[in-house]
Ligand binder design. Sequence first.
Ligand SMILES: Nc1nc2c(c(=O)[nH]1)N[C@H]1C(S)=C(S)[C@@H](COP(=O)(O)OP(=O)(O)OC[C@H]3O[C@@H](n4cnc5c(=O)[nH]c(N)nc54)[C@H](O)[C@@H]3O)O[C@H]1N2
Ligand SMILES: Nc1nc2c(c(=O)[nH]1)N[C@H]1C(S)=C(S)[C@@H](COP(=O)(O)OP(=O)(O)OC[C@H]3O[C@@H](n4cnc5c(=O)[nH]c(N)nc54)[C@H](O)[C@@H]3O)O[C@H]1N2
Ligand code: SF4
Ligand SMILES: [Mo]
Length: 759
Amino acid sequence: MPSAPTTAAPGISEAPGAAPAAAARAADTHCPYCALQCGMRLSPSDDRGPSALLPVTVAPRDFPTNRGGLCQKGWTSASVLRATDRITTPLLRGSDGALHPASWDEALDVVAAGIARVQDEHGRDAVAVFGGGGLTNEKAYALGKFARTVLRTANIDYNGRFCMASAAAGANRAFGADRGLPFPLADLTGADAVVLLGSNLAETMPPSVQHLAGVRSRGGLVVVDPRRSATAALTGEPGDVGGVGDQGVHLQPVPGTDLVVLLALLHVVVTEGLADAEYLAARTSGFDDVRRSVMAWWPERAETVCGVPADRLRYVARLLAAASPARGGTGAYVLTGRGVEQSSQGTATVTAAINLALALGLPGRVGSGYGAITGQGNGQGGREHGQKADQLPGYRKIDDAVARAHVAGVWGVDPATIPGPGMPAVELLRSFGARPGLGAGTTYAEDGRPRALLVHGSNVVVSAPDADQVAANLRALDLLVVCDLVPSETALLADVVLPVTQWAEEEGTMTSLEGRVIRRRRAVDAPGEARSELWILAELARRLGSDVSFPTDPAVVFDELARASAGGVADYSGLSHARLDADEDDGGPGLYWPVPSAEHPGTPRTFLDRFATPDGRARMVAVDHVGPSDDVRPDAPLYLVTGRVLQHYQSGAQTRRVAELDRLVPEPFVELHPVLGLRLGVGDGDRARLTTRRGEIEAVARWSDRIRPDTVFMPFHWSGEGSVNRVTTDATDPISGMPEFKVCAVDVRRAPGTQEVGA
Ligand SMILES: Nc1nc2c(c(=O)[nH]1)N[C@H]1C(S)=C(S)[C@@H](COP(=O)(O)OP(=O)(O)OC[C@H]3O[C@@H](n4cnc5c(=O)[nH]c(N)nc54)[C@H](O)[C@@H]3O)O[C@H]1N2
Ligand SMILES: Nc1nc2c(c(=O)[nH]1)N[C@H]1C(S)=C(S)[C@@H](COP(=O)(O)OP(=O)(O)OC[C@H]3O[C@@H](n4cnc5c(=O)[nH]c(N)nc54)[C@H](O)[C@@H]3O)O[C@H]1N2
Ligand code: SF4
Ligand SMILES: [Mo]
């Protein structure tokens, strides 16, 4: 592989509309981006006004999650359909090191021959697959099936490992099932208390804030975040920063110490007799252990670790308990987001949040509960249909003999040919690296090193932790194939780039953060030669001599997925595109899984009678605080936390190509408190240099009094010298394999040789 990627202009369109314009039609569909899956109506553009070059215009429509609202990303989403550098033909890396347009036959022949060669020389597991939580259910299902039946490789995982893995591990262990929100989002409206741990909904899912109006009016919104984020500000004007406001409370802990906050809250609940004893006896197991384990975390001790005043911890514990049904409240919710989950103790922190909710009797009760806020458009469905290393469709375990037999039956293969679990994402990306002492002739069985990778729907060079190392590892591959819409930083490293259709160009289904299965609909044809991944996988299967069937009609793929999921945790067997369409024609906004039969109405709220564990009880598991893997120390005395801004989505591959969004937030920045800025000599507007154990980056400093003075914040949406994942740690949670994106130790200074702009 070449070390310096080059982009060739041919095959990548240069101007909006450069690809032949296709007739557009109206369609009711959903936003391409996040898991809120806001409802939108696409209409053919007229030939006047700013959208004249785009095939469709976007308008919001009424849907339960967005109630007629859209964020800036949603409003501008049609721009990506005609991104100026949209890939419109397959591209092949030539002997000159550049990417050149090729026909589909040429490109697919190269991919098939490369796969066959690598598997011949190094073994089946030497070809790996990396999927994405943005793929439709149909594509995610087909990708998992392709990996297990055509490639017969164990090594398939996806970017949901960066996103939902700890929440999933925690919920699966406690409840026996992982549906991010096991209740409709609109249920939050009636609660007396909602605790949001490490979630910045006001920027990451803006229309969802409508559902917090009720709890805010009752003073019950609790936001836990080291920054006074837009969401934390919804708690109202406090007397002092981080204090109690008129609409709720903002707790501003030391980064990476949320587990201590949660242990202290449960300590107060237990010692003040606020737990729901009847519920605990009837619906849970393991409480005694958990009760004993929180005894050591009285609020004054917790304060010394997490920095949240003891009286405020008591206030929040009592607020939450008063809202619980056992104490006559209208209901309470505990919700977690990436701020607490992207941690080496993410599963433990989710478990502590669940323990707190269980002690108060919230889960499995109408009007109360615990939930994790799924991130990607199909982050929920993406983790149910078999692109996760240890899973088969229907949220089944790949090492479960009964599950293997069922799925093998649907696929028409011998269960013994389905591989076992593969490596989780971070380990997989690490495994490609060349290692001393291993020659070209070794096999996967000898060195555990895949030689080829197919990427579908992730830009790992920007979004994976320790990203420079990831890029170096991708360069060490014999074959990198990337399917994408645009020349993402990862696509630019590939030997073969395959252009694919995107949201408004395809039919399919998505499963929203509420577990609601909804339809994605086509309004416009894809430009140039872009093709659906269903077609690409079918063509590769044929070229690789497989006799397993790969239908290309999404409705037919869905029917097969539904059969494969029958009897599993995420049972879609009562659903079809036709049923979802008929439901929508009747004004229905999709159906919640499980939907185990064609007559079944769907399941808006799960666990009402029993949890999905063998004995029907929720399992409480004692957990304790260890702290971040890369903690502050004299040469790296500050916490670096990472996250998002409203205008950009993920690695920025899509939103950096939307002029309006790029103009609003054109470059990476590092947010720091003025007190810290003065101490470090880094003024507002200065260039700052950030150094961690992985390396150094530079970005513009932005002063803000809304962040702790011991912490700096950077969004991760950019590549280049301000790409924060070049310095984040690739340490992972031992149970979920989720990387510790949120916290690492950093040294910050004014970039040498730069002019002082600020104070
Ligand atoms: N605009 C926008 N919206 C998005 C996305 C996007 O890229 N851009 N992506 C979508 C996806 S895939 C996801 S996963 C969601 C993510 O949605 P969120 O979880 O809301 O997003 P983040 O900004 O990653 O993190 C939330 C907050 O965690 C805080 N935080 C950092 N460290 C800690 C800590 O140690 N403790 C606590 N309590 N908080 C901490 C940050 O300050 C930040 O405000 O957003 C979805 N929506
Ligand atoms: N430091 C730091 N890093 C983080 C996070 C953080 O909070 N901090 N958050 C993490 C989280 S939660 C997530 S979810 C990840 C996400 O990060 P990524 O996995 O990189 O996600 P995207 O940027 O959405 O990349 C999706 C890519 O797929 C393309 N694409 C879109 N639709 C399709 C399709 O249907 N098929 C194909 N083949 N391609 C498609 C897009 O053009 C884009 O290039 O980032 C993680 N990285
Ligand atoms: S909140 Fe999410 S789904 Fe809604 S418009 Fe914004 S990005 Fe799209
Ligand atoms: Mo995510």
